[in-house]
Write a protein that binds this ligand. Structure first.
Ligand code: HAM
Length: 417
């Protein structure tokens, strides 16, 4: 390590960027609570088994991207590559596996050892939701509808909602057979990854982006044709309800999603304001088996990438209602005043006012320059003269007007002006 830069695919987030993150977090909290979701915080690392069992051994995430390590106690652990698996492990301690509807949301860092690119990071942040315990097209549609509401509140317009279905457990065998029958005569001319997927995870061939695979994928059968009537009806109901809700969507027969826990509805929201990594959010209905339990737990949910949400807001030049804190600057004339002003700053802060102050001896001109640079609304000026009169001069930086206020009246004056 020879540089002060953080490791590839990670970023430092500086104070001037934080209001954007706080805005997304506050909209998440506000929007999701309208639908009865409560916040959950689970560990950043879990037993590796939690991810292997739920995301699926044959997925790219588990095969190639997990940050796994053995701790000093010999435990096999992994930094979470996504939020759903850990949340399901946590909810096994509740009534959710017994069918009691449970609604939770979360926000935090996730880790995937992917090749870094614009919008693709090794440490990124997701805001996600899970509605666990009940299975119905209504639950799926409410989750999608909440995602679109969330994006609207974030001032993200012009996004595209893609939906599809992975069918139920019993649809897997006939669907995979149909894919294998078809791709067996195409796989020779397809990419190296697809050849591997053909044996290990045939569904993933469908969302391969390599040019040499596109023609074969385009002509492949739609797996939905091999699903049971009840699975087809489930999906039909989802699309009908979306239409009734006035939510525009596109059915994408090739949308399979990269995590193996999905069943029935899957969806993704893309945006043209992003480059090749164009998904801002993804989700669907799932059934997850948690290590140490014979029960599986099912639900519906989604996660959005916070870095990507910010990128889209930037590309849209979105007008975000982010208020900057109003600051007061205290300027001191002389050593004695500076010591007394130190106390004044503490007093004002204890009264809930944001205060900046020059702690070292500097000229009045230099202090006014700092106040200007910090875009403060008012400067309080106090030297020996004001101290002897028990007053403070208050300069309004917008109008340039100056007023002399009695020391005992400062808090009242500042709060009212
Ligand atoms: P996912 O599609 O793997 O789904 O990730 C969701 C979102 O996280 C993506 O749409 C993207 O915005 C963001 N994201 C993923 N990988 C990266 C990366 N390397 N860099 C930056 N952003 C990234 C899930 O993780 C599921 N747990 C979602 C879910 C919740 N399904 C049901 N419930």
């Amino acid at each position: 390590m020879s540089s002060y830069l953080p490791p590839p695919g990670t970023s430092d987030i500086f104070p001037d960027e934080i209001p954007r993150w706080n805005f997304i977090e506050s909209i998440a909290r506000k929007t999701f609570s309208l639908y009865g979701y409560g916040e959950i915080r689970t560990p950043v690392f879990e037993y590796s088994e939690v991810f292997k069992k739920s995301i699926g051994q044959e997925t790219e995430v588990v095969q190639k991207e997990m940050y796994s390590f053995e701790d000093r106690g010999g435990r096999e652990l992994t930094l979470r590559p996504e939020g759903t698996a850990g949340v399901m492990r946590a909810l096994m301690e509740t009534d959710a596996p017994n069918g009691v509807e449970t609604r939770v949301w979360y926000l935090g860092p996730m880790f995937r050892g992917e090749r870094p690119a614009a919008g693709r990071k090794r440490q990124f942040h997701q805001v996600g939701v899970e509605n666990v315990g009940k299975t119905s097209p209504e639950h799926d549609v409410e989750s999608i509808s909440m995602l679109m509401h969330f994006l609207e509140e974030l001032k993200i317009s012009d996004s595209k909602l893609l939906i599809n279905t992975r069918g139920a457990q019993e649809d897997k065998v006939p669907a995979e057979k149909a894919l294998r029958d078809y791709f067996s005569s195409h796989i020779d001319k397809m990419c190296k990854d697809c050849k591997e997927r053909f044996n290990k995870n045939i569904w993933r061939i469908l969302d391969c982006k390599m040019p040499e695979c596109q023609e074969s994928i385009r002509l492949s059968p739609d797996v939905k044709d091999f699903f049971t009537t009840s699975s087809k009806d489930y999906f039909k109901k989802v699309t009908e309800l979306l239409t009734k809700q006035g939510i525009s969507y596109e059915i994408d027969n090739r949308l399979v999603r990269g995590l193996d826990y999905y069943q029935h509805t899957v969806f993704e929201v893309t945006h043209s304001g992003l480059g090749a990594q164009n998904a801002i959010a993804g989700g669907g209905r799932y059934s997850i088996a948690v290590p140490g339990s014979s029960k599986s737990i099912s639900g519906v949910g989604f996660a959005a990438g916070v870095e990507r949400l910010i990128m889209v807001q930037d590309s849209l030049n979105a007008k975000l209602p982010i208020l900057k804190d109003d600051f007061i600057f205290i300027a001191s004339l002389g050593e004695n005043a500076r010591e007394k002003n130190f106390l004044l700053a503490s007093e004002l802060r204890k009264n809930g006012l944001n205060v900046l102050m020059e702690l070292e001896a500097r000229s009045m001109k230099a202090q006014m320059r700092s106040a200007d640079k910090d875009h403060v609304s008012k400067v309080l000026i106090r030297g020996d003269d004001e101290i002897s009169k028990n007053t403070v001069i208050i300069k309004d930086m917008k109008s340039g007007n100056q007023t002399e206020v009695a020391y005992s009246e400062i808090v009242k004056y500042l709060k009212l002006s």
